[in-house]
Design a binder for this molecule. Structure first.
Ligand code: CTP
Length: 424
């Protein structure tokens, strides 16, 4: 019996896939189809799949062409599979010409001509046509525009104040202007993804979320870290009990790019430390310990009094059975790490933890330590855009940052704005 194996993502199964499978099957007597898992695809830079692994497997099954379907989950699995299933022929589309010659050592490699004029990427782009404009200037917008190019079906379009010609808006203006900008976008019937904090007060935030709901629009809190794989896996590990009960979460975020501390810098145009870093630093605290803390204390060192511009701020939270702290600064420097302390061990995320692809679970006995690595592309921004596009498509809110977390973040920033702090 001649065994043939082929691999692919097979998202939104199309004619090109079926033709490939038919020809692969005709090469032998038994066809094994390897369908790539979402995680493995992500590491290959395919972040856009519209269908889950199970849906994609079901579609292949329904063609009746596969004698066996397996999931492809890691790099190097092809060699393992060829040995394990005693495969004679490895077949793949000609877009991979030459890339799998190294498998000739194990079986015969056949490249089949790719069908012209059809691809999953194109179908995804047709299914999901979302034009996004941007409000705000500077680095954040530039990064967002660059990253949007990696997401099928999402297109950045320049827009003026009327916001005409776009379906959605990315808001990255000065935090003091977020409320006005988001409101303007919602009134113009645009979906919104806004850098955190979405507003400077709870009353403003609630007004915006009510407006979005009333108009069936999506309003998403854009903290890129929330969308990164390593960060979401870290939450799962921390909540799994592996490090026991969590007793402390401590996050530090600083950037001393010179800008804020520079002599003559126009601070009125810059974000203060608590707005620039507070939302990111508070994210793991509220996502791990909840938003119902018993008390909080804010201590700050101001760089400019009249602008309420902090050089450095520390916030301590006390919960029933845990504590937490953030240290944020734009005119002071510290190690940007995240440490989650548990009764059995701890999780350590090295600097800069907010864009990490790696974390470590550590114990008293170092032989028990475990390192976790995950692919991170584009600092997580492209995953954030995928999630936003999905939210718009499904007209659903944000699965990554709950309303309660957004509110808890704004609540702290509101206290800071009211100067409810101790100065040093
Ligand atoms: N394939 C093909 N003809 C096409 C599209 C895909 O022969 N028009 C083949 C590929 O060469 C591969 C298999 O089908 O052997 C699975 O490809 P996959 O990457 O899942 O499909 P694409 O449509 O190329 O997906 P994408 O646009 O996301 O790259």
């Amino acid at each position: 019996m001649v065994k043939v194996i082929t691999y692919g993502t097979y998202d939104l199964l199309h004619f090109g896939h079926i033709r490939l499978l038919e020809r692969a099957k005709a090469l032998g007597d038994y066809l094994i189809v390897g369908v790539t898992s979402d995680d493995y695809d992500k590491t290959r830079g395919k972040i856009n799949n519209q269908q889950s692994l199970m849906e994609r497997v079901a579609a292949i099954k329904a063609t009746g062409l596969a004698d066996e379907i397996i999931a492809e989950e890691y790099e190097g699995q092809k060699i393992d599979d060829i040995r394990r299933y005693d495969v004679d022929i490895f077949a793949i589309g000609s877009d991979w010409e030459g890339k799998f010659d190294y498998l000739n050592e194990y079986c015969t490699v056949v490249y089949l001509p790719r069908t012209e004029g059809v691809s999953s990427s194109e179908i995804r782009a047709q299914n999901r046509k979302l034009t996004i404009g941007a409000i705000g200037e500077g680095g954040l917008c530039k990064k967002f525009i660059r990253e949007a190019e990696f997401v099928n079906g999402v297109e950045y379009k320049e827009c003026d104040d009327t916001l005409e010609g776009v379906d959605a808006v990315y808001v990255a203006s000065h935090p003091e202007k977020h409320y006005d900008d988001v409101k303007r976008a919602l009134i113009a019937d645009k979906h919104v993804i806004c850098e955190s904090p979405v507003a400077m007060s709870l009353a403003q935030y609630e007004e915006l979320t009510d407006l979005a709901k009333e108009k069936s629009l999506v309003l998403v809190d854009g903290i890129k870290t929330a969308y990164s794989t390593a960060y979401s896996r870290l939450l799962v590990v921390a909540k799994s009990g592996r490090i026991g009960d969590i007793v402390s979460v401590d996050a530090t975020c600083t950037s001393l790019a010179g800008e804020a501390g520079e002599e003559g810098a126009d601070l009125s145009k810059k974000q203060n430390s608590i707005c620039a870093w507070g939302p990111t630093a508070m994210l793991p605290i509220f996502q791990l310990l909840g938003t119902q803390y018993k008390s909080k204390t804010i201590v700050t060192k101001l760089l400019n009094d009249s602008l309420n511009f902090d050089a450095f701020t520390k916030v301590d939270f006390v919960y029933d059975k845990a504590v937490a702290s953030i240290k944020v600064a734009k005119a002071a420097k510290a190690e940007g790490e995240l440490i989650i302390t548990g009764t059995k061990g701890y999780i350590y995320v090295p600097a800069p933890w907010w864009k990490t692809d790696y974390f470590e679970v550590r114990f008293e006995d170092p032989t028990m330590n475990k390192r976790h690595f995950y692919q991170l592309d584009g600092e997580g921004i492209r995953y954030e855009i995928v999630a936003f596009a999905k939210a718009v498509e499904n007209k659903k809110g944000n699965y990554y940052i709950s309303d309660a977390v957004s509110k808890a973040i704004i609540n702290v920033i509101q206290s800071f704005s009211k100067r409810d702090y101790t100065r040093i």
